[in-house]
Design a protein around this ligand. Structure first.
Ligand SMILES: *Cc1c(COP(=O)(O)O)cnc(C)c1O
Length: 390
């Protein structure tokens, strides 16, 4: 018997706020009806600032991985050379999908815990005098390692090499939580999903598509054909049946982001993450992320001297708390605290207090309250006075 609140501290799907959950409790409606198109166009309009773009935004039924696939099949052809880094689970899976789709992947393997190797990218782009590389891929926030890479640095590498490859960015665990500037960074395909920073259940892939990307010739495709989704921008209608409850949830989630304002959303994620990192330092443990400059404000992966699966198991079975597991080669070596989406100081302090108990029960020597106190010291006096008006 589980009592009280289930504490969800995985880096997605994230906590769905009560207002979003209630907004999804809708009767089924006519997705070809006269009001539906305007409703969807409102979502697209309000997603644009979240992606930092005035270009096309498309909503595609599916998860973030569906958005990955749709981005690739619509703009690249089998045999096209693409430049990618493998530095965690998601970047590795993205490279695998590219290979599976028949692209020729020029992969740069770096340590899990390092960022995107912008300098090595610059070198390879500079050496590619014939323009064989058709696209460069960046996982802005590697959710498996808690590493955030600079998209701007990769744009700079492209510009300095005067290379016109498309720039793809996976923003699944970053868009809506940390700054994302599709147009300013010259991103051609920005990919996200509904269930992380956007605080909804999974069900929607969300894509920012530049004019240049739209003009690029893709490969054979069916469900994901951009041309079928073109009516969305003009009239708000989907080519297939959309997950309407998720769309209503997204409306409520976008209203929340607008009310808080994006700068405040980003500042809150930064503040909460600093508290979590202070706790890890106080515990005497290390993050998977190699350098403080790359530390993610949405997820922290923490190395443990014991089997990290024990920490997670104890949390789930005894304390009704979910932490993220170590993925791929990090299985058993690290656990993750997701700190993105609908979250505040009290929730992070709960995560840290429970993590301390779980670490100790798994055999790690940490002083009770040490991480909590370190985070409290980061949090006190910092939260904005934003609650009065609600
Ligand atoms: C979660 C995640 C994905 C995959 O998203 P799904 O919605 O599970 O398909 C891709 N990339 C990153 C960085 C993620 O965090």
């Amino acid at each position: 018997m589980r009592t009280g609140t289930n504490h969800l501290f995985i880096p997605g799907p994230t906590n769905v706020p009560e207002t979003v959950r209630r907004a999804m409790n809708v009767a089924q409606e006519d997705q070809r009806g006269p009001e539906f198109g305007g409703f969807v166009m409102g979502l697209i309009r309000d997603l644009k600032p979240v992606l930092g773009t005035t270009q096309r935004v498309m909503l595609i039924p599916g998860s973030g991985s569906a958005a990955w696939e749709s981005a690739m099949v619509n703009t690249l052809q089998p045999g096209d050379r693409v430049l990618m880094a493998r530095h965690g689970q998601f970047s590795t899976l993205w490279a695998k999908m590219a290979t599976d789709l028949g692209l020729e992947v020029d992969a740069v393997d770096v340590a899990w815990g390092a960022g995107v190797p912008a300098r090595e990218f610059a070198r390879r782009l500079g050496a590619d005098r014939q323009g064989k590389i058709k696209a460069v891929f960046v996982t802005q926030n590697e959710t498996s390692t808690g590493v955030t890479s600079s998209v701007a640095a990769v744009r700079q590498a492209l510009d300095e090499a005067m290379h016109d490859a498309l720039l793809f960015v996976d923003g699944v665990s970053s868009i809506g939580s940390i700054p994302f500037e599709m147009d300013a960074w010259g991103v051609d395909l920005a990919v996200t999903g509904s269930q992380k920073g956007l605080m909804c259940p999974a069900g929607l892939g969300i894509l920012g598509v530049s004019d240049k990307a739209r003009a690029s010739k893709g490969m054979r495709r069916g469900f994901f054909a951009f041309e079928d989704f073109e009516l969305q921008a003009a009239q708000g209608y989907f080519p297939h049946t959309p997950p309407t409850p998720v769309l209503h949830g997204l409306r409520a989630a976008l209203d929340r982001l607008q009310a808080e304002t994006l700068p405040a959303v980003y500042a809150r994620h930064e503040r909460l993450a600093q508290g979590v990192r202070a706790a890890v330092t106080a515990w005497g443990l290390e993050t998977v992320c190699e350098s403080p400059a790359l530390a993610s404000n949405t997820v922290t992966a923490i190395r443990t001297p014991v089997d990290a699966r024990e920490v997670i198991r104890i949390g789930f079975q005894r304390y009704n708390v979910s932490f993220g597991s170590g993925l791929g080669p990090l299985a058993g070596k690290a656990f993750r605290i997701g700190h993105l989406g609908d979250l505040n100081e009290g929730m992070c302090l709960t995560a840290l207090a429970l993590a301390e108990i779980c670490l100790r029960e798994a055999g790690v020597t940490v002083a009770l309250g040490s991480g909590v106190a370190a985070a409290q010291a980061v949090y006190e006096h910092q939260a904005p006075m934003a609650l009065a008006a609600e």
